[in-house]
Design a protein. Structure first.
Length: 461
């Protein structure tokens, strides 16, 4: 790494007001080099930490490593160049609470039962933070999205689960998302809280989860805006701001000499649409622009070249993979699978898993409407085809993702056998129903409803 950090140590100082970050005591090689041959051995180590960063509303195709022309993500791109990137990742919903319930439990929405504004994970849910805490990890979660509040069950297993206190002058920031009110604070506050945790618990084995929200808000530091003033420009500016926060967090791990014993993963709950199918935002459809997300990780050593996993993977696979890396079993009842066999196959140039990989997503389009009947929408991807359908409705959409990744040409009428085969799999998934006791209903008071409306969602009669 040399005498100067690649992970923007000067930026850490600027972003976090910590001069010692730019003039820290150097270590010879804070992030050692290694090869993919060492990956199977990681689970035998007893010193590995896990950092999981979730960038809310981040679509994959707006990151440089995923092919975007704009330089929105220089820090994350450098991380991916030294780590493992999953090229085709699908979330299990386009609405945060449903998506995150699936991600944390490694279970599809049809089984979690988390579909509507009043649904919450029950205490019976097996959560990664609980698994890690039982294994001796100190567990910390920093969140800014109200759908992830403790009353919805997402704090289970965390020793500390906190919504950071706003601390930055709002005039520093610009926001251009027309569907969202201004949340208090910014991701700066989440980064500050996360770094404070690292400085206190750096000598313990830990899980640190940080959930960034400024991309959801199209919020960014005004002085550092790199792009224009259109809606998509503001979104890209917000991604670049999130990238700086990720860099600050990664830089602190380097400063504390923790990179050599940390698995650092970055993902997203869903993407964002810019009228590709006539809609803006998310939580309304299941098209690729709102379900195609990034997932990548860095290991306790930097790789000489990136490992890129090409087969389709899913957000339900995220935690079985991370737990497998540190030698632990997946959550009880997990439907997701560890991706380490795919990683090892990609690293060795071998054949990936030959089984057809499927990704199932679900959205209740009336999730925020009090008293309205459910209106489910489902999708199933079995590469290269993707089906989008509403149960009980004969209208179906079928796309060939190889020739039509933007899902513009509906092939349901011309390929009825393919559509019927995928529909049968969808029906089977839905018929199984939710796992008993995994979800409960909660009552929301007026204050909680107002806080959720501030996200831009309409929770109303």
């Amino acid at each position: 790494m040399g005498a100067r950090s690649l992970w923007v140590a000067p930026l850490v100082a600027v972003l976090l007001g910590s001069a010692d970050c730019a003039q820290r005591e150097e270590t010879a090689d804070p992030w050692p080099r290694g090869t993919a041959d060492a990956i199977p051995e990681l689970g035998r180590r007893d010193d590995l930490n896990v950092v999981f960063v979730l960038v809310d509303t981040l679509r994959a195709d707006h990151l440089g490593a995923y092919g975007y022309a704009r330089e929105t993500s220089p820090v994350m791109d450098r991380m991916m160049a030294r780590g493992v990137r999953f090229a085709r990742v699908e979330s299990q919903s386009s609405w945060t609470k449903a998506s995150m319930a699936s991600l944390w439990t490694a279970t599809h929405p049809a089984r979690t039962g988390i579909h509507r504004y009043s649904d919450a994970l029950s205490e019976a849910a097996s959560m990664p933070a609980e698994i890690l805490r039982e294994a001796g990890f100190v567990t910390c979660g920093v969140f800014r999205n109200g759908w992830l509040a403790p009353n919805f069950g997402f704090s289970q297993g965390f020793d500390l689960y906190t919504k950071p206190t706003p601390s930055v002058d709002r005039e520093r920031f610009a926001q251009h998302n027309p569907s969202a009110h201004r949340l208090q604070g910014s991701d700066y506050d989440a980064t500050q809280a996360a770094i404070q945790f690292l400085r206190i618990y750096h000598d313990r084995r830990f899980l640190l989860y940080v959930h960034y929200m400024d991309v959801h808000q199209y919020l960014y530091e005004a002085e550092s805006a790199r792009f224009g003033t259109k809606l998509v420009d503001a979104y890209d500016n917000a991604i670049h701001w999130a990238d700086r926060n990720v860099g600050a967090l990664f830089g602190e791990l380097e400063r504390l000499d923790l990179l050599r014993k940390t698995v650092f993963a970055v993902g997203a709950d869903h993407g964002e649409s810019f009228r590709e199918h006539g809609q803006e935002g998310h939580g309304r459809t299941l098209y690729a622009e709102v379900t195609r997300v990034p997932f990548f990780l860095t290991l306790p050593f930097q790789l000489p070249q990136p490992i890129v996993v090409q087969p389709l993977v899913r957000n339900v696979d995220v935690w079985p993979t991370l737990l497998d890396l540190v030698g632990l079993a997946p959550p009880a009842g997990a439907e997701g699978e560890s991706l380490l066999p795919l990683v090892e196959a990609a690293a060795g140039g071998g054949d990936p898993d030959p089984r057809p990989r499927e990704s199932f997503a679900q959205l209740d389009r009336t999730w925020g409407r009090v008293g309205m009947a459910p209106k489910p929408l489902v999708s199933l991807t079995r590469w290269p085809y993707r089906l989008i359908a509403s149960p009980g409705d004969d209208a179906r959409e079928l796309y060939d993702l190889d020739s039509d990744p933007g899902e513009q040409t509906n092939l349901a009428a011309s390929l009825p056998e393919v559509a019927a085969e995928l529909q049968a799999s969808v029906d089977s998934q839905l018929t199984a129903g939710p796992r008993e006791g995994l979800s409960v209903k909660v009552e929301l008071d007026d204050l909680q409803l107002q806080q959720l409306r501030a996200l831009g969602y309409a929770v109303r009669p």
